[in-house]
Write a new protein. Structure first.
Length: 334
């Protein structure tokens, strides 16, 4: 979360309470990209853009969104959550009864995470990925990966569980933000109070995945499957990572930050795709356009939060307009 601006699946900046977290104004959830029968975006088989409805009810009064793989979660202003998407085992989209007072959300590929107002972490989904360590407390931010979890504690230290995952450098402290990678080929990131970024490999260490030297004045971080983003204090974005062009590490230009991109206030990274929210409420998207995720983003307005999943993107819109779009099947890439 970028304090005072936004909460996304990959931006987690520490704070002690919901007010200080600076959640964006409540709004309606927009989805665009992959339809595919999973009802991730607009209830259509085609690639499309529209306001999200779950269980016949439009998602409104939402203050935060998260996406991962083929499912998504929304945090409402009343502290409750809604989960939707592809879940054959029905373990992920079923919210635990009575869940309330939620102030932060994040998703792994196999489990869901929420943080409640008293600093408690709850998780559900895959039996191996979901369990929260006994006695865990004083958590201020959460970030889920494939089958692992990284949390930030009030004292500026981190704790990690699940697996497999890489080992963070010893002695990390003064951490204010965390970003868990979403594949074994990515890097895990933490942001220090001084505005520097520390990274370590999730599982596989590839020398080509290197953070740009001298990166400083960073205010937010995001991690995709095999690339990362950093938002600098001056509103510019830096990208790096590993894109070999093969199936596991596709190269769709997700690290090619658009020339002249500025006035950015929040970032999000998904599988081979990057998103940036600008101060004027518009969104820049670059990378994977296989389901028109880039094309459909043009014209978005009054956006206050962003997130990216597998072939789809999400945004929260506050008092804006939207022309719902349904791309004919003949125009959809296989």
């Amino acid at each position: 979360m970028k304090t005072g601006i936004i909460l996304t699946i990959a931006i987690k900046i520490a704070s002690s309470n919901q007010t200080a977290k600076g959640l964006p104004p409540a709004g309606r959830v927009i989805g665009w990209g992959h339809g595919g029968g999973e009802k991730l975006v607009y209830f259509s088989e085609a690639d499309s853009m529209g306001y999200i409805s779950v269980g016949g009810h439009e998602l409104s009064n939402v203050v935060a969104i998260a996406a991962e793989g083929l499912h998504a979660m929304a945090l409402k202003a009343d502290g409750t959550v809604v989960v939707w998407g592809y879940d054959p085992a029905n373990k992920l989209v079923t919210v635990p009864p009575g869940l309330s007072n939620v102030v932060d959300i994040s998703l792994g590929g196999e489990h869901n995470l929420v943080l409640t107002a008293d600093g408690t972490v709850m998780s559900w989904g895959d039996d191996e990925a979901a369990p929260v360590p006994a006695g865990l407390s004083n958590v201020v931010a959460i970030s889920g990966g494939g089958s692992y979890t990284l949390v930030l504690k009030r004292d500026g230290t981190i704790q990690q569980w699940g697996g497999p995952y890489g080992s963070p450098p010893a002695g990390l402290s003064n951490i204010v933000a965390i970003a868990e990678c979403h594949s074994e080929f990515g890097d895990e990131l933490v942001l220090t109070r001084e505005g520097t970024v520390v990274e370590w490999p999730c599982v596989y260490n590839d020398d080509t995945y290197k953070m740009p030297p001298g990166l400083a004045d960073v205010v937010a971080i995001a991690s995709g499957d095999s690339h990362a983003l950093a938002l600098r204090k001056d509103g510019t974005v830096v990208a790096w990572g590993y894109a070999s062009g093969d199936y596991m590490n596709p190269n769709f230009g997700q690290m090619n930050v658009p020339a002249g991109l500025s006035n950015v206030v929040a970032i999000a990274a998904g599988p081979a795709i990057s998103l940036a929210l600008k101060k004027d409420g518009t969104v820049a998207v670059w990378g994977d356009n296989g389901h028109h995720q880039v094309d459909l983003a043009a014209g978005l307005n009054n956006i206050v939060a962003i997130a990216a999943g597998q072939g789809f993107c999400l945004a929260i819109q506050n008092n804006g307009t939207l022309i719902e779009t349904n791309i004919p099947a003949a125009a959809i890439k296989p």
